[in-house]
Design a protein around this ligand. Sequence first.
Ligand SMILES: Nc1ncnc2c1ncn2[C@@H]1O[C@H](COP(=O)(O)OP(=O)(O)OP(=O)(O)O)[C@@H](O)[C@H]1O
Ligand SMILES: [Mg+2]
Length: 332
Amino acid sequence: MISIAFFNNKGGVGKTSLVYHLAWMFGELGYKVLAADLDPQANLSIMTLGEERLEALWPDDDHPETVFGAIQPLFGGVGDVGEAHVEEIADRVGLLVGDLALARIEDDLSTEWPRCLEGRERAFRVTTAFWRVIKEAAERCSADLVLIDVGPNLGAINRAALISASHVVVPVAPDLFSLQGLKNLGPVLRNWRSTWKDSCQRSSLPNFPLPQGSMNPIGYVLMQHAERLGRPTKAYARWQERIPEVYREAVMGERLPDPRPSERDPMQIARIKHYRSLMPLAMDARKPMFALKPADGAIGAHQTNVRQCYEDFRKLAQEIAIRAGLKKGEAA
Ligand SMILES: Nc1ncnc2c1ncn2[C@@H]1O[C@H](COP(=O)(O)OP(=O)(O)OP(=O)(O)O)[C@@H](O)[C@H]1O
Ligand SMILES: [Mg+2]
């Protein structure tokens, strides 16, 4: 199963927006996509579904149709994970609906993680709950790939989400905080990967399938905020220059060759422009920025930006497909 998590421990760097736009773009390119909202803030679901639909999916009592609903029996101690509802959000694009209630399982996930190293059955069931729900749903809808959105932290929910990911894409902005995020994230990813590998060797469940937890970093997406807060572009250029080195050291555990190569950093998958006014229009129309029509308010110069945005995301999706070894029609 090709499953790609979009992850940076710095918040607000564009993870959810990337998952949202890429899910649509992969669908547009003919891939069958499953987007999984594993952020307890559920921004991907809020962005994608209207208030009316969300009210139906999040009633006052149980939420059987969300990701939380699918794993609740296991965490409630009365069973195992069930099937999750897949919400169709576009042609060939389904969504595993997020839920604020996911925050409730953080403690359980945290407790059970070290117990995997002891080979305990419940520990493996709990730690792989997301992966099992995603895998079943991806197989049910013959998805070619899964895109996973997570929150901006290094907690137990994200660890369980990342264990489900075969690949990781890191959105990064050219600023101090984003670089700090990279420095935190790299060693943590390596630790999760190796601990999971050790745990799998101690599993006492020979017939219980486990994710590989490869979390293979396929590169970063540079989110450009050239004029954010009215600061000069020069300040961002300084941070931008440091990204290749910090990414390579922190995430890959390698040093940049000396002298530094002069060509574009091969770990940079793409740059995505900050399409300032297109985003609010896209949110209102509940569609990607690159699908905005004049009737949605994208008139005049906006249409040029819409076309450029389409090209940006098309190239980004194609590059991710190459790096992740994705093939159309090869169901996850
Ligand atoms: N390419 C873009 N063009 C314009 N606005 C963008 C772009 N990418 C993200 N944004 C805006 O930036 C803000 C943060 O983006 P987003 O919510 O995707 O970040 P995030 O990393 O998922 O945040 P969190 O860490 O809170 O989950 C949002 O208001 C979003 O609309
Ligand atoms: Mg987000």
